[in-house]
Design a protein. Structure first.
Length: 335
């Protein structure tokens, strides 16, 4: 399926996103299902470990298993999620340019540079959201210190809470929420600046830092439109999560955090479907924005038409134009 290369309005980009996703659902969802499947396996292993520790009455092991599971799922999400986003981006790029695409071809194209995509996402997350992480960690340490020093965890003694300490805690809480809002806005703005870095890295075969600089340049003038796409996608994701998980949340509260085994497995299966369905929306929308910005700023539609007609030479290696870029640069690293 070839998408006409011309400048698009926000509404047209949203329509094209839905059109590409609907017409190539098995391809795009199939790519995301690999990542979702890895998370499913980890989730089922975590459920099994929790059941075993609970049956052995090993409460400490239960807590350790939960913490290790959260950390492991985060790391796997970063690695496998980064590769899956890059594979979906590569596939969408082929579809936009009318080239054949398949699940295996998309993964073969991005796997040699998997480290590059993971490094790129790590840089983006660090630059955009690390201040929020620091603020949250600092507040969590403060609350833990407060709870321990006042004896709130001691069920046999009344907590030693004085007015001065309570006012200081209230002030710290207000400051925490203010800073969280401020740096949350900062994180959103920075994420918008870097929103086209993955398509730039994937399509043009750029290294991580070069892809970030490319995104900052390309995204200028369209960050408001990109925000609307991201907001719509988040609404869809939260809607699906709400529909599929609210029953399990209520059941978990009722059963004091321990769901029946069949219910825990069903929860993981529904999470697999949600991850499979939502993942391609991000990649499709942002890739369309990437090409749209190149058309608006660089005349990529004319460049592509001339190249297809054999009127221009192949793109220079230092910045591939995006339609016949080599999959791997000789000797390129993961920077």
């Amino acid at each position: 399926m070839q998408t006409t290369l011309r400048p698009l309005t926000l509404g047209e980009i949203l329509d094209r996103t839905a059109e590409l996703y609907r017409a190539n659902f098995l391809l795009l969802a199939g790519i995301s299902s690999v990542y979702a499947g890895v998370l499913l396996v980890l989730g089922l292993l975590q459920v099994g470990a929790q059941r075993w520790f609970s049956a052995m009455h090993m409460n400490t092991g239960l807590i350790v298993a939960a913490v290790i599971g959260i950390v492991l799922i985060f790391l796997v999400s970063l690695v496998c999620g980064g590769v899956a986003v890059a594979a979906n981006t590569r596939a969408v790029g082929w579809l936009i340019l009318g080239e054949p695409a398949s699940i295996s071809a998309a993964y073969r194209a991005v796997m040699p540079q998997a480290g590059r995509y993971v490094w790129l996402l790590t840089i983006i997350y660090f630059l955009a959201w690390f201040p929020c992480v620091l603020i949250y960690a600092g507040y969590a340490v403060l609350m833990l210190h407060y709870v321990r020093t006042t004896g709130m965890l001691n069920a046999h003694a009344a907590p030693a809470i004085d007015q001065k300490t309570a006012l200081m805690l209230l002030g710290a809480s207000v400051l925490f929420f203010v800073l969280l809002v401020v740096f949350g806005v900062y994180g959103i703005l920075m994420t918008l600046r870097y929103s086209l870095a993955v398509p730039a890295c994937t399509v043009e075969n750029l290294k991580a830092r070069a892809a970030i600089k490319r995104s900052v340049s390309l995204s200028k003038g369209s960050r408001g439109r990109i925000f609307m796409l991201g907001l719509l996608t988040i609404i869809i994701q939260f809607g699906l999560v709400g529909l599929t998980q609210v029953f399990f949340i209520l059941a978990g509260i009722k059963s004091r955090g321990m769901l029946p085994l069949w219910m825990a497995v069903l929860q993981q299966l529904l999470a697999f479907l949600t991850n499979t369905f939502v993942g391609p929306i991000y990649a499709t929308g942002f890739t369309l924005f990437y090409f749209d910005q190149r058309i608006r700023k660089e005349g990529f539609d004319i460049e592509h038409m001339m190249h297809a007609a054999g009127m221009t030479p192949s793109p220079a290696p230092e910045r591939q134009s995006g339609f016949d870029a080599p999959l791997v640069e000789p000797g390129s690293g993961n920077e």
